[in-house]
Design a protein around this ligand. Structure first.
Ligand code: PMP
Length: 332
């Protein structure tokens, strides 16, 4: 066994996450489905990577000065990553978040010393949207930068430079497909670009939740959303700068019910407690694995920990109120 090398900085704990073979999903797909354990990042989500790359990029460009402030609009996970990175580097963080996101994310952000600004959830076209509010706050705050994860391509660069080479190495160059859902699109675009640079034949698939517009865009060239989803952190209605030029070969649309079924099975059969975007990604990976056929090897992202959703995804009243199936052991 080789233990991970000791690190000299807490920031070096970001990335280099483990990769695990998922038994149930592999059986369902008839091929190997691998999950990248992003919940093992210090902030317990994939977004620590983007946060670190965005902050390092702003420093390198001379935009962020010692003691400065980082402002960001986020569904929560990027804010948690930014707050951690800010604390480690001596910056302040101001995080704008829609008030319908999980209570655990809000409590975590407050605990991490971030200044939390909650706004009502609205359409992107509304000036009160969390993204626009965060941009305005950054402009109004002396010594502040706006992280701008949606359109700042330092986000996808994190995945070109870390996620993709890690996967290539961990899968020993034998990887036939990769898929995940998009929030900013940084993960799918960056990992896709990075993997294609190793081997152009790797199939990159977008897994889209209901209520997002990207499935129709990649399938039919039209940004059109249908239905809705309770998944946090994913579901995009436009082509962000991070998504521009993303090498998407194929696409799947996955329902909350199918995603939740994999959240339930991965917890009860394999001991992994995950958020809903991970379940949706796994369902997408199974669809891709079936398409690529027996013997293929597919990887996806296990984006964040389920401990972030104990008051929602793992709470029977919440599930019932959303009309979603309740995990049987929660009712007994
Ligand atoms: N899953 C979760 C739980 C997230 O918070 C995010 C980030 N918004 C994603 C998936 C999607 O990642 P990306 O922004 O890189 O598309």
């Amino acid at each position: 066994m080789t233990a991970p090398k000791p690190k000299r900085s807490t920031l070096d704990l970001i990335g280099n996450t483990p990769l695990v073979l998922l038994k149930g999903p592999s059986e369902a797909a008839g091929c190997e489905i691998w999950g990248k354990c992003e919940f093992a990042n210090p902030g317990a989500s994939v977004k620590d990577r983007a946060a670190l790359w965005i902050v390092r990029d702003a420093e390198a460009k001379g935009l962020l000065k010692p003691g400065g402030t980082i402002v960001e609009g986020t569904a929560g996970n990027t804010g948690i990553g930014i707050a951690l990175v800010a604390n480690a580097l001596g910056y302040k963080s101001v995080i704008v978040m829609p008030e319908n996101q999980s209570k655990e994310k809000m409590d975590t952000l407050r605990a991490l010393k971030a200044e939390l600004v909650l706004v009502p959830p609205t359409k992107f076209s509304n000036p009160g949207h969390f993204v626009h509010t965060s941009r305005r706050l950054a402009e109004e705050t002396e010594g502040a930068i706006w992280a701008n994860q949606f359109d700042n391509i330092a986000n996808r660069k994190a995945h070109i430079e870390s996620t993709a080479p890690e996967l290539w190495e961990q899968m020993e160059g034998r990887i036939d497909g990769f898929t995940c859902a998009a929030g900013t699109g940084g993960t799918i675009a960056g990992t896709g670009m990075g993997l294609k640079a190793f081997d152009e034949k790797i199939t990159i698939a977008l897994t889209d939740p209901h209520g997002a517009a990207l499935y129709n865009y990649y399938a039919h060239g039209e940004l059109k959303a249908e239905g809705s989803s309770v998944a946090e952190g994913i579901g995009q209605g436009r082509i962000t700068a991070n998504l521009e030029g993303a090498p998407i070969d194929t696409q799947f649309r996955i329902s909350d019910e199918d995603g939740l079924e994999w959240v339930r099975r991965l917890l009860s059969e394999e001991g992994l407690c995950l958020g809903l975007s991970s379940g949706i990604n796994v369902a997408g990976a199974i669809a891709l694995g079936k398409q690529l056929g027996p013997g293929s090897r597919v990887a996806t992202m296990l984006c964040d920990t389920g401990f972030r959703y104990l008051s929602s995804l793992y709470n029977p009243e919440w599930l019932e109120a959303k009309g979603l199936p309740v995990f049987p052991w929660l009712t007994s």
